[in-house]
Design a protein around this ligand. Structure first.
Ligand code: AMP
Length: 421
């Protein structure tokens, strides 16, 4: 399948070529005709599937045919709601790049909270054709009469599951009430839990359904590895892997902000250019970290799931689950950060003995087993001891007097006590 066969205009094809997209991704092949068709569309696909381009191309194409003459106040025709500031910027950048060669220039406004509202209000003077926004700030701007939504033709909910996770249900409801009843709705979500389903049902009318949920799990470009290790050896193992594997960049996932700070600090101490990436950092600081990471000045970003949500780094060679994610869906999200768009990548999970069962559930959900490995020098004591215990004779050299022999448990305890932390 080629982009040409999807009926795109020469200007858009030019832009796609400039982005070096050789061919459309699966979600693009399916979603571009569906969005062009004008009806509602429901897409279940992860970040990394090419979903932004999938809705941007047909929407830009339509705007070209419908746009009014220059000089008039621009009316918002397309509204894209996103959960995070990072995603707002990323969608904006993608749209700007794809719209670059269009004969009728478009005005695209990127809006998010956590930054001063005044420049955003100034930017909205004279209107905009496309608004990409987080829900809360959009409502602030609407309250200030900085824009109006009565001409919106297409509403895009990007990462609808995250919008709800982040507690934007009420804001979305308020925004929906301000939109024209007759419009196209495009609904993108990586997961489909009941709350998301409910929102989709209220919003969508006879949607075209596209489900690409197994793409990441079955992506041959992502090599999944699972390394058994103990909790207190993980940071040293991570430092070892970063050095040994010579990854230019690696995104490491941890469970808490605290862990992201401490792991990043320990890596720095070990001489690795690492930084914590969590919600404690300001928007400006996070942008700077991303810029440094993309430029290769930072080798390791240690992130929480929430903060990492909007990170889109081309050609990320490795992702490490220092802590396992809570759900199989989050696992898919995380590992989908690597192996994008034809580039190969590795996704490594550290498996603590107590999380083995949890990882089995994740494997079950993605329908794929991952071989357990250990790394020499970082083997879990209990595992090494279990092997030893199984091979050591059960009797003490002085003869097998019942009650005096060391039990397997005793041997394990002794070994654990001897092994360094
Ligand atoms: P998304 O799923 O929108 O987060 O996009 C994931 C990444 O894939 C982005 O970095 C895009 O630039 C890239 N991408 C989108 N479409 C293509 C394509 N057809 N070929 C190669 N890369 C793509």
């Amino acid at each position: 399948m080629t982009f040409e066969s999807l009926g795109l205009t020469p200007e858009l094809l030019h832009a796609v070529k400039a982005r070096q997209y050789a061919e459309p991704t699966t979600v693009q092949v399916q979603a571009i005709p569906a969005v062009s068709g004008g009806g509602d569309v429901l897409v279940l696909a992860q970040t990394g599937s090419g979903k932004t381009v999938a809705y941007t191309l047909p929407l830009l194409q339509r705007l070209q045919t419908e746009q009014g003459g220059a000089g008039k106040t621009r009316r918002v025709k397309i509204l894209v709601l996103v959960p995070t500031r990072e995603l707002s910027s990323q969608v904006g950048q993608t749209m700007e790049a794809l719209a670059e060669h269009l004969p009728k220039p478009l005005k695209i406004a990127v809006i998010y909270g956590g930054a001063s509202i005044n420049p955003q209000m100034m930017h909205l003077r004279g209107g905009a054709d496309v608004v990409i926004s987080t829900p809360g700030r959009l409502l602030d701007l609407l309250d200030n009469n900085a824009l109006q939504l009565s001409d919106v033709q297409t509403l895009v909910l990007d990462e609808a599951d995250r919008l709800l996770d982040l507690g934007f249900a009420d804001e979305i409801k308020r925004i929906l009430a301000l939109l024209p009843a007759h419009r196209q709705n495009l609904f993108f979500s990586a997961t489909f839990p009941p709350a998301v389903k409910k929102l989709a049902l209220t919003l969508l009318h006879e949607p075209v359904r596209i489900a690409i949920s197994d793409i990441v799990a079955n992506n041959p470009d992502i090599v999944q590895r699972a390394i058994q290790v103990e909790s207190n050896k993980r940071t040293r193992l991570l430092a070892h892997l970063v050095r040994e594997q010579q990854w230019g960049r690696v995104l490491v996932f941890v469970a808490t902000r605290y862990a992201s700070d401490t792991v990043a600090a320990k890596l720095q101490k070990a001489g690795i250019k690492a930084a914590a990436f969590n919600g404690d950092a300001s928007q400006g600081a996070r942008q700077q970290l991303l810029t440094d990471f993309k430029a290769g000045q930072l080798q390791v970003l240690v992130a929480t799931d929430l903060a990492a949500r909007g990170i889109d780094v081309e050609g990320l060679p490795a992702v490490v689950n220092y802590d396992l994610p809570r759900s199989a869906d989050d696992y898919i999200h995380r590992i989908g950060r690597t192996g994008r768009a034809g580039a190969s990548g590795v996704a490594i999970s550290f498996i603590l003995a107590e999380h083995e069962l949890h990882f089995r559930l994740i494997e079950k959900r993605q329908g794929k087993r991952v071989l357990r490995e250990t790394i020499a020098g970082y083997e879990p004591v209990m595992l090494a001891a279990a092997v030893d215990a199984a091979t050591l004779p059960d009797t003490a050299p002085t003869g097998g007097i019942k009650g005096k022999r060391k039990s397997k448990k005793d041997k394990l305890r002794e070994l654990a006590a001897r092994t360094d932390q």
